[in-house]
Design a protein around this ligand. Sequence first.
Ligand code: SF4
Length: 486
Amino acid sequence: MKILFKDHEFKYEVEATVKLFITGRFEFLYDCVDADGDIVSSQIRKGKEYTYLFAFCRLGEKSVRKAYKLNNHDADKSICEHELCRLIFLCLKSLTGIDPPWGLLTGIRPVKKITQLLDLGANKEECFYRMKEKYMVSDKRLELAYMTAKNQMPLLRSIDPKSISLYISIPFCPTRCSYCSFVSHSLDSAVKLMPEYVRALCREIEIIGRIISDLKLTVDTVYFGGGTPTSICAAQLDIIMKTLADSIDLSAVREYDVESGRADTITPEKLAVIKRNGVTRISVNPQTFNNDVLKVIGRQHTAEDTVNAFKTARDLGFDNINMDLIAGLPTDTYDSFCHTLDKTMELDPESITVHTLTIKRSASLYSDPTEAYKGNYAPRMLDRSIELLPENGWLPYYLYRQKNTIENLENTGYAKKGYESLYNIFIMDETQVILGAGCAASTKLIDKKGKITRIHNYKFPYEYINRFGELMKKKQQITDILGEMT
Ligand code: SF4
């Protein structure tokens, strides 16, 4: 597929629009309007009074052409970009018969658009009208985004401007899942580095602790993520958590999460350490309760192991457990996914997060992405979750989209009332500062005007350990930017 541009440079948005309909690789051609084979061509022509927008798409033998005229006063850059993408969207919709559930919305935070409208005083009808008119979002997704916005708004308003969240990264996993796109390192290769990694992480936590206390900030939420934080041993987890408690005042923390994740890393000993250190919410992630699918994705545990891990956590007193599921896993069927949903609800966790399979270049499945997407049941699986979970008391409270997700679908967190994860909401809304510690963690600083600055830690453990001094110099920015919050 060739994407052609004439007299404009809206490559990013045009490509994102084309990807709503067509997967695979694209060739980009500039300053021309036609070429051989399948094409998406767009052009802007400025006249004396009007600006003319043109789109032409050809797939095989079929082609569609569309045009739009804007008064020059209205033709600013963002409107031209949006209208041009709308023309391309309409051409491809008519050629392919595909009707993307999120319409023309390509961003990762669709809920934010609803929240902004609600903040401006719009009611539900007005929100739906605006979102349909501008972005052509389906009713089902609008309802989902609206419910999510309504559930998270009071929690977003509860943020104290001087509070921050902490992210602690343990980027290790016992083995790598075939769809994995995260920077996670297999334990086998990292085992020798582990004591040094834990020491460096603890030092970084102490440094962050001093910054927090100098700037008189309070910690609102703590999130241990990865990888799989429970990949490391109970003693190492204990050292890190004790360092955290000794270096940082955790008395105002409203939520302390550990993404325990995979059942093959969860032991009663580790859960006891986590509990003793004050963790309030953990995840035990089945992804699927189908053992054949677990094998295909490279997991070394069974569905029964997940049930046992969940029950052990309950026995140890964990009363806020999340379970992650993935819709669209290779070889999973609609019925098998429905079984996974039923089984998850039967266990009765406080929250259930339904992800859609995303395959990035770094994942081993990416060697043939079309195979993973072909005949995939993910859209039906998500539709079933959207119906079933709210009916049974799990309401949507956070939602985001990622690139390279099957049919550009979404990931949604559902929770029982009062069990919504604050950290998940805050990270998506980008309204709270997040200080990250550990390899591959990132720090997100937001100044008084809302400008975001990110500081990324090194991706690989050996780099994080060996270049620790350099990294800590970069962290001076935290004090510079957040100083004004105090
Ligand atoms: S558990 Fe998560 S982070 Fe670890 S390999 Fe699997 S997908 Fe990647």
